[in-house]
Write a protein that binds this ligand. Structure first.
Ligand SMILES: [Zn+2]
Length: 391
């Protein structure tokens, strides 16, 4: 199965190259707006070939764009027009004037942008010393070679990965390439190929609790909680200083904290996939709508709970599971911590938060309350699988 994901890579042009890139982006954006006006002034019908005939020479000479880029401009404008039209079909009310008449659709390109076609406008090369790879990018004045950082994007450079048209993005003084990359991933397992169901509960006391029907595994959250409190303290003391060097240090600490969280999630997801067989159905709570997640914890813990990147963990787990022939599903989190995993009886009083004990008021089942969520998720996954097998 083919899957396309976007790789976001920071690139590091030197001062001259940065100037050239910004100039090229600005010319490209002006050319996009020019073509958009050409179409919408109805001098030219919204037809790629006619626009090409009427505008191509203009785009090339007026904005000094190389011929390939001039063609990309036309494609960019039509892609934007198409997405506006589909937006209008799903939300027609947004495209009406006060008198009820339909607004004219005109794509507007406000932010500097630049699309580079793989092979023609950009490519991946080795540097002169042959020690690292660089991107070669086309600009108004020929090609430039810029180093980049791939961080957690190694998958984009794997054998068989195909890079598509790159977008050059400029945000807060930094340049990035956003590149859609198509990779081959294994097909998701059929229900008959699933051999194991694992419920994964995410929280604070334990970053994850997983239950596979027999054994429970806990990953303590204590160290993470401590480290986050430590980062928070440094940040707060720096914020009081209000000097530019303090602000720089705050940013540096933020980056370090992000890298560390990224590592933790990487290891967590790797371990979960490695410790369970191929063909595992992982069951997570659907945490969309963060409110319900914050309500589950004491206010004192709120900073840690809300800002731990669970969504990132979920994405990493989903990708790694997929590469290993397993699958991740998400279920409604309601009552997963209150219901009895044995008889299904649901009652708030089943749980004693002080003693960390779960005791079912109906059937008397007793266990450590930290594993209840994972047990219920595992149970929901098993039921889901049975339904899939019947249908
Ligand atoms: Zn019970």
């Amino acid at each position: 199965m083919l899957q396309t994901r976007t790789a976001k890579l920071r690139i590091f042009p030197d001062a001259d190259q940065a100037g050239l890139l910004r100039e090229t982006m600005s010319a490209y954006t002006s050319a996009c707006n020019y073509v958009a006006d050409l179409i919408c002034s109805e001098k030219v019908k919204a037809d790629k070939y006619r626009v090409h005939d009427a505008g191509y020479r203009q785009i090339r000479f007026r904005f000094s764009l190389p011929s390939q880029m001039a063609q990309s401009v036309i494609r960019t404008v039509f892609a934007s027009l198409k997405s506006l039209e589909s937006n209008m079909r799903s939300h027609p009310e947004k495209f009406r004037k006060k008198n009820g008449k339909r607004k004219k659709i005109v794509p507007k390109f406000r932010y500097p942008q630049l699309d580079l076609v793989r092979g023609r406008d950009y490519s991946l090369l080795w540097n002169k010393e042959h020690t690292e790879r660089v991107f070669s990018l086309n600009t108004l004045k020929g090609r430039i070679k810029v180093p980049f950082r791939s961080d957690a994007m190694d998958w984009a450079f794997a054998d068989g990965a195909k890079m598509g048209t790159a977008k050059v993005v400029f945000r807060k003084g930094k340049f990035y390439l956003h590149i859609p990359v198509t990779v081959e991933v294994p097909d998701p397992p059929e229900s008959s190929e699933i051999t194991s169901v694992v419920g994964i509960d995410r929280g604070i006391r334990f970053l994850t609790v997983s239950y596979d029907g027999e054994k429970t595994s806990f990953v303590s959250g204590a160290e993470v909680k401590q480290k986050r409190a430590h980062y928070k303290k440094i940040r707060q003391s720096l914020q009081k200083k209000q000097t530019s060097s303090a602000r720089r240090r705050i940013r540096a600490i933020g980056r370090r904290e992000n890298r560390w969280m990224n590592d933790v999630n990487h290891c967590l997801s790797k371990t979960l996939v490695r410790d369970n067989p191929k063909g595992t159905l992982f069951v997570l709570e659907d945490l969309t709508g963060i409110r319900s997640a914050t309500e589950r914890v004491r206010v004192k813990d709120r900073y840690v709970q809300v800002s731990w990147p669970y969504y990132d963990l979920e994405q990493k787990l989903t990708y790694k599971a997929q590469m290993n022939g397993s699958i991740v599903i998400k279920v409604d989190p309601q009552y997963t911590s209150q219901a009895c995993p044995v008889c299904g009886h649901r009652e708030k009083n089943n749980r004693d938060h002080e003693k960390h004990v779960f005791r079912c008021r109906e059937c008397g089942y007793i266990t450590n309350d930290d594993r209840i969520g994972a047990m219920n998720l595992q149970k929901m996954g098993t039921e889901y699988l049975q339904k899939m097998k019947v249908s």
